[in-house]
Ligand binder design. Structure first.
Ligand code: ATP
Ligand code: MG
Length: 434
């Protein structure tokens, strides 16, 4: 039937999450939701596709993302240029403006989901990956800047991560960046010979980004470049110093990294990254910053804002390195049955047990008792209920304890009357999981 059809594989850099590993993501997401609620953040869901113009304007023309990482295509039905979201902030801001969400108060929101960037796939770097994005819109800070950093520090604590450290910088305001820019260009021109292709191209279009380079040959030149921090005026400095004061008071260690400019164009004042040396070359698990000009830039009534994004593949990788996360049992009870009447009763019993809050797998399909019991064992069911012709006649089910605390045990098979089965199994489940 499949003749002439070449099997389809997944797009490179885009991964399936298979059923035997999904519990890891679910466990992580559970912690994330608990943590977000501790800080009063509300969920927001935005489309995966947006008009390309949103990102070119919102992220900036001369950035890695817009220059070379976006999945952009023309909608053949109407000729629109659309782009798979490479990050959340631009889309969230678009929605906040469109729905007038800041008209009477600021907003704390978060979003979780896939984002897309055409990069070279490797550990911790994929073409479809997942971000948790957190935004505080309408807040001028620096109190919320501090709260966001405390918040991320709490997450690492909740997850038991210790090998993460905080890097901090201030990008000041536009006028301060412009003064720095002139001095920076002079410096870059003097060292033109060490600039790589990106560096040459960005010399005049986005010189600040040249300093963000990971090219080892350019490190010395970048270290010696004039520091934006030295061009900050009193207000910007005060913002930064107040933030540092809050962090000091909370006992959060940080390192000032004057070269950190972050990947996106729209940041000002506070920028920060949490980095680790446990993930090879992909060191950043969380990056964020203030973007007071973005809402205005995208056509909204200007309002300050700050946000951060966490790469969830990297966070999970780090978490699993530091912690044993075990798979929960897929069921409390496995129902084994043979014969027509037993099969009918098994389905009904399954529903009854679920009404009582138990997780139940009713054997589906055929198979001898032996095969079905093997299946129960495969699913690591703590208890098997056995129903056959003789059980239907006596109105008593066979009940066998297979595991206690996840360990296999040699239990005896007991007979339990049908009308006591639900209560019996509820109690037995509580005991096997103590
Ligand atoms: P990097 O310097 O590693 O390319 P970035 O500055 O491009 O990161 P952001 O745009 O700040 O990253 O995205 C926030 C987070 O998303 C990063 O800190 C990282 O954890 C994660 N991330 C970024 N790109 C990828 C990717 N291609 N695959 C997996 N995770 C990623
Ligand atoms: Mg990147």
């Amino acid at each position: 039937m499949a003749e002439g059809f070449k099997k389809v594989s997944a797009v490179r850099g885009m991964n399936d999450l298979l059923p035997d590993l999904s519990y890891q993501w679910e466990a992580l997401e559970e912690v994330l939701h608990r943590w977000l609620h501790l800080y009063g953040y509300k969920n927001m869901r935005i489309p995966i596709l947006e008009h390309t113009r949103l990102f070119t304007r919102g992220i900036g023309e001369v950035t890695d993302i817009v220059e070379k990482e976006m999945y952009t295509f023309t909608d053949s039905l109407n000729g629109d240029s659309l782009t798979l979201r490479p990050e959340f902030t631009a889309g969230i801001v678009r929605s906040v403006i469109e729905n007038n969400l800041l008209y009477d108060r600021p907003q704390r929101v978060y979003s979780i989901g896939p984002v897309f960037r055409h990069e070279r796939p490797q550990r911790g770097r994929y073409r479809q990956f997942h971000q948790l994005d957190v935004e505080g819109l309408g807040f001028a800070g620096p109190d919320i800047d501090a709260e966001m950093i405390l918040m991320t520090a709490r997450l690492w604590k909740m997850l038991g991560l210790t090998d993460v450290s905080l890097e901090l910088n201030s990008l000041g305001q536009l006028s301060e960046r412009q003064a720095h820019r002139a001095a920076l260009i002079t410096h870059l021109e003097k060292h033109r010979d060490v600039l790589d292709e990106d560096g040459q191209r960005r010399l005049y279009s986005n010189p600040l980004r040249v300093l963000d380079t990971k090219n080892p040959a350019m490190q010395e030149m970048a270290d010696a470049a004039p520091k934006l921090f030295d061009f900050l005026g009193d207000e910007s400095r005060a913002h930064f110093e107040t933030l540092c004061g809050h962090l000091d008071a909370a006992g959060i260690a940080y390192k000032l990294n004057p070269r950190m400019v972050r990947g996106l164009d729209y940041y000002n004042l506070t920028v920060f990254e949490w980095v680790t040396d446990k993930l090879g070359a992909q060191a950043t698990i969380c990056g964020g910053g203030r973007y007071d000009d973005l809402i205005g830039l995208l056509g909204g009534k200007p309002a300050p804002a700050i946000g951060f994004a966490i790469g969830l593949e990297r966070l999970l990788d780090l978490w699993l390195q530091s912690q044993e996360v075990s798979a929960p049992a897929q069921c409390d009870v496995y129902v084994v049955h043979q014969g027509e009447a037993a099969g009918r009763f098994a389905l009904q019993l399954g529903e009854e047990l679920r009404d009582a809050g138990l997780n139940v797998l009713v054997h589906a399909g055929s198979g001898s008792f032996k095969v079905q019991m093997r299946r129960a064992d495969f699913y690591q069911a703590p208890i098997a209920v056995i129903l056959g012709d003789s059980e239907m006649t006596s109105q008593q089910a066979g009940v066998k304890v297979l595991r206690r605390d996840g360990q296999a045990v040699q239990g005896e098979q007991l007979d339990v009357a049908f009308d006591q089965l639900t209560n019996y199994l509820k109690d037995a489940t509580a005991q096997t999981e103590e």
